[in-house]
Design a protein around this ligand. Sequence first.
Ligand SMILES: [Zn+2]
Length: 157
Amino acid sequence: MTDTQRFLCDAIELAYDNVEKGGRPFGAVVVREGEIVATGVNEVIESHDPTAHAELMAIRAASRKLGSPNLDGCVVYASGHPCPMCMAAMRLAGVREVYYAHSNEDGAPFGLSTAAIYADLAKPFAEQSMRIRHVPTRLEARPELYADWKRKQGGQA
Ligand SMILES: [Zn+2]
């Protein structure tokens, strides 16, 4: 068994443990330099948090443990195909590689696929199912939000 398969099996074991506790069948493991930094399971049901996906929980735990929002060099192993939210979060965190064990095709018969969201997000905003509109708005007294932030940081706008 390769290291990749071993970490994916760890993620699947976490998913099974979560199912035993009444949770959804998703687990994730964050690895750096061959060592597990943190793990996570889907906590959406128990926490009433729609963003409490296994990958996000693992990323949050890894960031806390490493004391940094930058997970550069980390690899994520997930029991299932990461959803677009988790995929974006992993990118924002600087995760280098992602491996997953169960595909969206595997999950589709059980209502566990996010393929439809991926397809919707690939469309222009105007064609997506969620209404998204850019409404350029500024505070009259403070119209330079980003420049003000930069100045507060001591940098140049
Ligand atoms: Zn997700």
